[in-house]
Design a protein around this ligand. Structure first.
Ligand code: FAD
Length: 432
């Protein structure tokens, strides 16, 4: 089978690597110049620009991202974890609360993290433990879905805001009032149960394209595959028993096609196909959430208590020490997930907001210099109860979908994208 994959993001390369491992010739078509989609380096390669490279948004992965780590190992010669700064779970808020997991076997690491948390009363800690126990009793699989805010109704404010809301907004990129409790429960199950290392934070130590998409492209080319960048597929046409893909100045035919794009781009490709009308109507019901990253630097940056510190007011916001993760002198990345009033802040307001928080954490400092502000308006789908998620197969023969939004228990994350790519390859290979 000769397979065309439209989209050179993490899901597209996950599918491509799995298909090439089964000895099928694969071509990946990527519209952009840089591989990686919504998790990529901005601009050219660091060697070409001569300066540090920044991503389209600061990402954080988790020790529980097992499929991502497995595929990274497949395509690179070294260990997958060498690409990351690995930290035990730590939620460190300079305004008081500090939750840190010690290096103990699970579940002792979590029990200790909660019991020794700073800034929470004993009653608040017990409430958090009870919430986890209640989830464990139902196997982390609520019968009916509801919003995370509804599910947290009995939780004290401090536990809700500093623990659950922060995790929910970071993982689901959706405000708790809209977020799916079922998906949230699954995230907690994966990150907080099983091995203690599952809850580790993995902060990329390289740019995101260099972490997986580029080594995957090189591996693919060594294994009989092709990667075509700057090739936006404009349409798909059935041609006998095959699919024809067309772009600006070329075309090719494939026996099978995987559309591994974000949902909005999948809609563009599927809309002209009669059999996919209902699928397109359903995809049109998806809504999206932004993620905003500000990169800034200081003349001299003080030592951080841990490479990642956070605030909850007025919106959950995290500051990463890029010196620790990427070796970038005196540079920070500030991330605000999901919708909120911060989307209206201009550069001057951001400098003030960052300045105030950094001074709260470290005492007097000169104001930061803003390097770059990146807003990804459609970073992820809104992960709401009952939202439509398509299956890997489509009503059209030999046409498959992969991507963080296809059916699965995960929110829109790198691991969700990679798993969908792997499952898509398995489904494609099993379909006559
Ligand atoms: C700012 C930001 C921060 C994030 N933070 C995190 C995080 O901390 N942790 C985490 O796990 N996840 C995070 N995510 C989510 C994660 O990046 C995505 O879930 C994941 O990258 C989606 O991968 P994908 O392959 O499904 O889709 P995409 O990355 O969207 O890949 C699709 C690719 O298809 C290409 N394409 C589209 N149309 C065509 C066409 N017609 N022809 C050819 N190519 C086409 C696009 O250019 C793109 O490269 C974040 C996302 C953003 C935007």
């Amino acid at each position: 089978m000769n397979i065309g994959i439209i989209g050179g993001g993490w899901s597209g390369f996950a599918a491509a690597v799995e298909l090439a491992r089964a000895a099928h010739p694969v071509t990946v078509y990527e519209a952009g110049r840089v591989l990686g989609g919504r998790a990529r380096r901005m601009g050219g390669s660091p060697e070409a620009s001569g300066g540090p490279s920044f991503d389209n948004g600061q990402h954080i992965l988790a020790g529980a991202y097992s499929e991502t780590l497995r595929l990274m190992e497949t395509v690179s010669s070294g260990s997958s974890t060498s690409g990351f700064l690995r930290l035990p779970l730590a939620l460190d808020y300079p305004d008081g609360v500090r939750i840190r997991a010690p290096r103990l076997p699970a579940p002792l690491h979590l029990a200790a993290a909660l019991l020794f948390a700073r800034g929470l009363t004993l009653a608040e800690k017990i409430s958090a433990i009870r919430f986890m126990q209640a989830l464990k009793r139902i196997g982390f699989a609520p019968d009916t879905d509801m919003s995370v805010a509804e599910a947290l109704a009995g939780q004290p404010t401090a536990v809700r805001r500093y623990l659950w809301e922060s995790i929910c907004v970071a993982a689901l990129n959706t405000p708790i009032e809209q977020a799916s409790f079922r998906v949230f429960a699954r995230v907690l199950q994966d990150a907080l149960t099983g091995k203690a290392a599952n809850s580790d934070f993995l902060i990329p130590a390289q740019d995101l394209s260099a972490l997986f998409p580029e080594p995957a492209a090189a591996w693919l080319e060594r294994n009989g595959g092709k990667v075509k960048t700057r090739t936006r597929i404009s349409s798909l046409q059935r041609s006998g028993q095959q699919w024809k893909v067309l772009w600006d100045d070329g075309e090719a035919v494939h026996d099978r096609i995987v559309i591994a794009t974000a949902p909005a781009h999948a809609i563009d490709l599927l809309s002209p196909l009669n059999d996919c009308r209902e699928l397109v109507r359903n995809l049109d019901t998806l809504s999206y959430q932004p993620i905003l990253t500000v990169y800034a630097d200081y003349p001299a940056l003080p030592a951080f208590p841990t490479p990642l510190i956070g605030w909850v007011d007025p919106v959950p916001l995290f500051i990463f020490d890029m010196r620790a993760s990427r070796g970038l002198a005196n540079t920070i990345a500030v991330v605000a997930s999901a919708e909120g009033p911060h989307l209206d802040w201009d550069d001057a307001r951001w400098i003030n907001e960052i300045d105030a928080r950094m001074q709260q954490a470290f005492g007097p400092l000169p104001p930061p210099r803003l390097i770059r502000r990146v807003t990804e308006k459609r970073a992820t789908f809104t992960c709401a109860p009952g939202m439509f998620r398509p299956s890997l197969t489509t009503p059209c023969q030999d046409l498959f979908l992969a991507g963080d939004y296809v059916a699965g228990p995960y929110p829109a994350t790198i691991e969700g994208a990679v798993r969908s790519g792997v499952q898509c390859a398995q489904t494609l290979l099993a379909t006559p």
